[in-house]
Design a protein around this ligand. Sequence first.
Ligand SMILES: [Zn+2]
Ligand SMILES: [Zn+2]
Length: 160
Amino acid sequence: MSSMSSTSVDASDLHANVALRLRDDDQRYTSGRRELVDLLVGADRPLTVAEVLERSDGLTQSSAYRNLNLLERAGVVLRVVTDDEFGRFELAEDLTGHHHHHLICTSCGLVEDFSVPDSIEDAVDAALHRVASRAGFSVDHHRMDLIGTCPACRSRSTAS
Ligand SMILES: [Zn+2]
Ligand SMILES: [Zn+2]
């Protein structure tokens, strides 16, 4: 498998790569699964199953759950865990080439994609590699989400 690239891939490459991952997992790239991938490609943040259903063209809740879980097992989709009960789903970074983090609001549950400048990524990565190597650990990549309060919730709490 190729390493993570910082350039974004075009949609036909993406679908071809999704199909390969599913094949490795003995699964077919059905039209329902393709619709889920297209929905996630078009989203600018991780989506809950309810949000996926809102944007879909007649997917049922049970098939959305089943296929998202299947896509997660195949390494196509990543589940973003927050402190509420809703799993949120996004495409795996090594498929999209879009390395990013998340801002998670503990007050309203908002989850947003968050990119940091390359210079900061490099500094963070170097620091993480240093501490990991002290533990004898070799790092492939990192995931990091910031937990806190979004601007809307902050202004609500200062206004009252
Ligand atoms: Zn909020
Ligand atoms: Zn990063």
